[in-house]
Design a protein around this ligand. Sequence first.
Ligand code: ATP
Length: 454
Amino acid sequence: MKEAKILVVDDNKRILSALDLLLSNSCKKLKCIATPNILVSELKLDNYDVVLLDMNFKAGINTGNEGIYWLNQILEYNSGISVVMITAYGDVELAVKAVRSGAVDFVLKPWENEKMLATIQMAWRLSHSKREVKKLRLKENELISEINRTKNQLIGSSSAWKTVMDLVEKVAITKANILITGENGTGKELVARELHRLSNRGQKVMVTVDMGSIAETLFESELFGHKKGAFTDAHSDRMGKIEAANEGTLFLDEIGNLSLPMQAKLLSVLQNRSLTKLGENTPIDVDLRLICATNCKLNEMVNEGKFRQDLLYRMNTIQIELPPLRDRKTDIPELARYFTKLYADKYNKKGVSISSSAINKLQNYAWPGNIRELQHAIEKAVILSKNHEIGSNDFIFKINEFTKVEAYGGTLEDMEKKLIVAAIEKQIGNLSAVASQLGITRQTLYNKIKRYGI
Ligand SMILES: Nc1ncnc2c1ncn2[C@@H]1O[C@H](COP(=O)(O)OP(=O)(O)OP(=O)(O)O)[C@@H](O)[C@H]1O
């Protein structure tokens, strides 16, 4: 309470001096005024936390209505101020009316000093927490608009890409849950961000959870949150990602990695629109828009008993299939120029451009790692380039059966497996280098190694 700024408004001089005596040494600022007419102008001069307000000002009129009138004036000016009413009459009805109108408490005259101090202390704490909450809300809004400010650059004008973007625009504003499918690096996360940005939740947060990078043992607490003491390492309460996405969008990337028990829990959240934290019994309501992404064939996983069909139905009201880069080769020139400029700016190599022969070479490569692989290849070329123009020799591709798609007759999965094996051999088992070469994250690489039994 040493930090509190308190304003006392009472037309009884004896009351003012008694409160002055009681409070002046226990708070940061104390101001006593004898008329409420200057109340609001006084509030404008400082950030008061607590106002002690008499309920009756006019001699002879003690209906308390004048006190309630001034209470409303204070709250209209700043609803974060805690108002404690002082009344000489033990009129509970009147006090209740004041509390219903927004006062935090009331004190009857004559008061006990201990009780008065305890009431003011509580009122100060309340106003302090209201301010903190307001500050955090403003900060949250600021952070969200900062995240949303950078409109994602979704490059592409091929007909395959336009079909995707038309669908994105159509479904973004609906409440439908969406499943985005496509190979690694085709832009699933970027499309999810665009769906969120264009939705009516765009001003709220989109929380992303990469199911491929969370250890199985941490899934539950990561998604659902936990109460302190729920398990050995739960040293404090934790909000789960699902709750954090409340009123916004929850993006579950690599959803194919969700274990069956977790699938059951997620399904229950979607059906009941509520979740229960680990170590708690009471469910919390949540209002979510769910977007999931995967490069797995979920239908096959359903047939194999690895994925729940009822969850799949809930998730894929709308499915958006992203084309691999080799099916939208006409977008490569635009993407290549975009990434060249991006990295030329980033690495302070202004003016570096990419030649048409280089672009031609890029268009003849199969890009198993899709846009991410193209992006990394150009980043590397920009960093290493000695000239103002990146030429075709700045890109070295091993044209073999794995990369030259036209020459390969196997399934996509066979091709992916062989590519991974070839990359592991080339990088002599250095998995970070393998992930970087293939344009995927290390976690995705681990998942694939496990899946293909390499
Ligand atoms: N249309 C596009 N225009 C510009 N950049 C793109 C486009 N699509 C994807 N990218 C870039 O390619 C990279 C990979 O995209 P993203 O992470 O969205 O792919 P993903 O399909 O989610 O990959 P993964 O399956 O590995 O998680 C990102 O750096 C992204 O910015």
